[in-house]
Design a protein around this ligand. Structure first.
Ligand code: TRP
Length: 333
């Protein structure tokens, strides 16, 4: 049966990723893989490289530029359907920062000071006001396209709650402009851990580079990293995050890529040794990354420029429409 969707009923999805070094398996299975799936659904999607957010960490200029370019290329190569989705970088649309100023008037300083992420980061970097107002910029990212749904990890729940409050306060004062966005975790929003220190999140800044799989790692390197992954001495392939974080992480990777339940992955390997299991996971990861890496290598500068130009236009149109309504509502048009 053909499914008819009225444009007015179409949901808008927004999500963002910070450009922070080479894209790794944690980024892919935690967010991008889910975006690829969403892009084959009924919603209109905006996937944004939130480079203005990254400035809060005062990154090195060349590192940031390279991270942005690589992340953009990986998103394009990831298989996100560009018929339903717009991929762009935040700093290409000044509307994000403009709306952020407007929204800052609907948010209390105390609320920002209570954010867990602020409290954590403020202590390690010292406190500049960008770290404090970060969640307002995030609210502006989401509201600028009037998003209904925001697929993000649980570490972003508080920020989303604040976004909803900001939107409600704006609407109560100036009229119903913004939909109140919902957090969706997405079926495959896996939270990958380091292969070497499975109690820590997989990240590019991990103290042991063998704990992180990069999207462009060679087959040898993937195999090596999985073979040397830290597990336990039980030799039982069972998901138990607390007592068996290493094996649980490998099961999660295998189940997410194959889109199967954790229990089915456990069953499949119930008679296997850790050594065999590690190799099976490594091969699955390699097969998953291969098409992404191939498309990445094939993309020419012209392909990228064309996609970027077209997508900036689409994102700008949407953002400017919202800004016009907001300005009219506020009486600043
Ligand atoms: N704060 C998010 C993170 O650190 C990134 C982000 C910025 C984001 N703006 C967003 C995520 C809007 C979802 C929607 O992961």
């Amino acid at each position: 049966m053909i499914k008819f969707i009225r444009i007015a009923d179409m949901k808008t999805v927004f999500s963002g990723i910070q450009p922070s070094g080479l894209v790794h398996l944690g980024n892919l299975l935690g967010a991008i893989n889910n975006w690829v799936k969403l892009s084959d659904g009924d919603s209109k999607n905006y996937f944004c490289i939130v480079d203005l957010h990254s400035l809060t960490g005062l990154p090195n200029k060349n590192d940031l530029k390279k991270s942005i370019d690589d992340t953009l290329k990986v998103l394009i190569a990831s298989g996100i359907n560009l018929e339903t989705s717009v991929i762009y970088k935040q700093s290409d649309l000044q509307e994000h920062a403009y709306l952020s100023w407007i929204l800052s008037n609907f948010c209390q300083v105390g609320e920002l000071q209570r954010m867990t992420q602020f409290k954590e980061k403020a202590s390690s970097f010292g406190t500049h006001s960008g770290l404090l107002t970060y969640p307002i910029l995030m609210a502006s990212d989401i509201l600028i396209h009037k998003a209904n749904e925001v697929p993000v990890g649980d570490d972003q729940t508080q920020h989303l709650e604040l976004t909803r409050n900001i939107a409600e306060r704006f609407n109560n004062n100036y009229g119903e402009i913004f939909p109140i966005p919902e957090k969706t975790s997405g079926k495959s929003g896996a939270r990958l851990m380091s292969l070497r220190h499975p109690e820590n999140k997989m990240s590019k800044s991990s103290d042991d580079i063998n704990g992180t799989i990069y999207f462009n790692d060679s087959k040898d390197s993937i195999l090596k990293k999985f073979k040397s992954s830290v597990t336990d001495s039980e030799n039982i392939i069972k998901y138990d995050q607390k007592n068996k974080p290493g094996i649980s992480n490998l099961i999660e990777i295998y189940a997410t890529i194959n889109d199967i339940k954790i229990s089915d992955a456990e069953k499949e390997f119930q008679n296997s040794q850790y050594g065999e299991f590690k190799i099976a996971v490594a091969e699955t990861v390699f097969d998953y990354l291969k098409p992404i890496k191939n498309r990445f290598d094939e993309l020419t500068t012209k392909d990228i420029d064309d996609i970027v130009d077209e997508n900036i236009k689409l994102a700008k149109n949407s953002a400017q429409e919202t800004i016009k309504e907001v300005e009219e509502a506020l009486g600043i048009c």
